[in-house]
Unconditional design. Structure first.
Length: 95
């Protein structure tokens, strides 16, 4: 139980850092800043690795549903491809 609580607290800390990052730089900055090892942000250490881990867990189907819901609530980009605006055609990603 204690380990689960600690994991939850660590995850929430990283999630809150992600939210702060998005508020400061915008959601598109995840693709250009967090995804790039060439541009680490000292205010949000290791956030890029955490983002990568969330994407990996999602692809493997092991990301907890409540975590997926939280990430979706802030517009988390699940892939490194183009960001699709809400209501636009998702098929445009593959053209």
């Amino acid at each position: 139980m204690a380990k689960t609580m600690k994991n939850h607290e660590l995850w929430m800390t990283k999630f809150c850092n992600l939210v702060l990052f998005i508020e400061e730089y915008g959601i598109d900055a995840i693709k250009t800043t967090i995804d790039s090892a060439k541009h680490p942000n000292p205010r949000y250490p290791k956030l890029g690795g955490w983002v990568h881990s969330q994407r990996k867990a999602y692809k493997k189907g092991i990301l907890l549903p409540e975590r997926e819901e939280k990430l979706n609530s802030v517009g988390f980009p699940w892939g490194r491809s183009k960001v699709v605006a809400e209501g636009s055609n998702p098929c445009l990603l593959y053209t």
